[in-house]
Design a protein around this ligand. Structure first.
Ligand code: FCB
Length: 477
């Protein structure tokens, strides 16, 4: 019996057999083995090795040691019953300096991973770029420079050629907003630059890199039913007073439409160009770029965690800047620094992010209204909590509840006609949470960083039950 409730804890909801259920990770967050088999340094190696950039000076040098434990991690995925696994490929394992001849060892690692997934009946979803730009390309200017997009296309072609007979889904980029605006604007992510202009240029060249990479992939991939996508993190925005509509418009332009505009409508939004005109005339967008970026994709990857409430700063009181990311002084909002981000009402996760399943439903519905023919997949959703392990068990009730409520939201969106095809939980394993280091745990599986022992949390058992029964289980005791 379906019992719809205002708190998104419905019972009895079922997903059809073709709704893809799986989990996600990213290379730098889990692999470790940072200097092995010829791997070159990426901007995240440099950043995490620079004093003051990550909490407790944590680095991904070892992370979950997944590079050496890939077989047992694959068995773990099988144990949970995952139908799909979204992983990313470390560019510097393939091309240590970001260009030239590929390393066989790197290609072979991912080839074994893909084979291991297929042997276990798990769909491989490969992301080409989850933020780990080769340091040598950053030294030449990084994403603010057009050449980086060309190098990315070359790398895409190498990987597509090597794995294109087996990978089910290709995702060019993960969350280009973070790569551009945290990497080059606020400085909270690698490479840690703080320039309004660099951030806007980076956004465009990430978009261009996506388009060029797609062209290469379609050329070299041989699996006839391979699918192509990009994953964006959407800013789900709320208002507070009568200045909020303007604040929402500005943050939506930078945070959402600077990607959906060129990717899905073939143009940058006019209001974005106006808001940023004092920084740039956007002449780095060359003739033909928008056609390259605006290509058909098979689905849009949606990452969702929480909401943000914004209003315009009155210039008198202290400015509030809690935009959900570590505040390191620079701004992720070029041309719109006068927008305030208000503290969110609880309950909050360990990231300080508010829990708002209804916003996921609204987001999915609004995306499907804006892009009616485009299928959607939730490529990341999940939560960090301060888990405790007691005698080999992790009773992470809060994570179970978070997932239960967000799966309910996804189900409701489908019931409202949204063409949502799948849901990948972030993350399979506890891992290196970027500038927060190992202090934030998102895994369905706990990792003991001293012994590398893996312990399936209650949320992992809950998710395994969901996959097996195709119904959203209630809580777990
Ligand atoms: C997303 C990232 C992912 C992870 C989650 C918590 O922004 O794509 O790597 O850090 O947030």
């Amino acid at each position: 019996m379906i019992n719809g409730s205002a708190d998104y804890r419905d019972s009895g909801l079922e997903f059809p057999a073709d709704f893809l259920l799986g989990s996600a990770t990213a290379a730098y967050q889990i692999e470790g083995a940072f200097q092995e088999d010829g791997r070159g340094p990426s901007i995240w190696d440099t950043f995490s090795h620079t004093a003051g950039r990550t909490l407790d000076a944590d680095t991904g040098d070892v992370a979950d040691d997944h590079y050496h434990r890939v077989n047992s991690d694959l068995d773990l995925m099988k144990r949970l019953g995952l139908e799909a696994y979204r992983f990313s490929i470390a560019w510097t394992r393939i091309q240590p300096s970001g260009s030239g001849k590929p390393l066989e060892a790197g290609l072979s690692f991912y080839s074994r991973l893909v084979d291991g997934l297929l042997d276990r009946g798990i769909k491989p979803i490969a992301t080409l770029y989850h933020w780990d730009l080769p340091q040598e390309l950053e030294d030449k200017g990084g994403w603010p420079e057009r050449d980086t997009a060309l190098r990315f296309a070359e790398y895409a072609s190498i990987v597509g050629d090597a794995l294109g007979d087996r990978v089910a889904v290709w995702t060019t980029m993960n969350e280009p907003w973070c790569a551009a605006f945290l990497g080059y604007g606020s400085g909270g992510h690698a490479p840690g630059r703080t320039s309004d202009l660099a951030a806007l240029r980076a956004a465009h060249h990430l978009n261009l890199g996506h388009g060029l990479a797609l062209q290469e992939l379609r050329h070299v991939v041989t699996k006839p039913d391979a699918q192509y996508s990009i994953t964006l993190n959407f800013h789900a925005l709320r208002g507070e007073d009568n200045s909020s509509p303007e604040a929402i418009r500005r943050i939506d332009a930078l945070g959402n439409r600077s990607f959906t505009g060129p990717l899905l409508h073939g143009e940058y939004p006019i209001d974005l160009l106006q808001d940023t005109h004092a920084i740039t005339d956007w002449s780095f967008v060359q003739p033909g770029d928008l056609e390259t970026i605006h290509q058909p994709i098979d689905f849009l990857g949606v990452n969702f965690y929480s909401t943000a409430t914004v209003r315009m700063w009155d210039g008198k009181s202290d400015k509030l800047t809690n935009d959900g990311h570590r505040d390191v002084g620079g701004s992720a909002w070029p041309g719109s620094r006068n927008v305030e981000f208000l503290p969110q009402p609880g309950p909050l996760t360990a990231m300080g992010w508010n829990i708002a399943p209804e916003a996921l439903e609204e987001l999915l519905v609004s995306l499907s209204q804006e892009f009616p023919k485009l299928p959607l997949v939730i490529t990341e959703n999940g939560a960090a909590f301060d888990d405790v392990e007691v005698e080999g068990r992790v009773h992470d009730q809060k994570r179970v509840d978070y997932l239960r409520r967000h799966f309910t939201a996804a189900h409701r969106a489908r019931a409202r006609g949204v063409d949502l095809r799948g849901y990948l939980v972030w993350s399979l394993l506890d891992n290196f949470e970027w500038s927060y280091g190992y202090s934030k745990r998102f895994g369905l599986v706990r990792v003991n960083y001293e012994t590398q022992e893996r312990t399936v949390k209650d949320s992992g058992l809950w998710f395994a039950e969901l996959i097996e029964t195709r119904r959203i289980p209630e809580g777990r005791e």
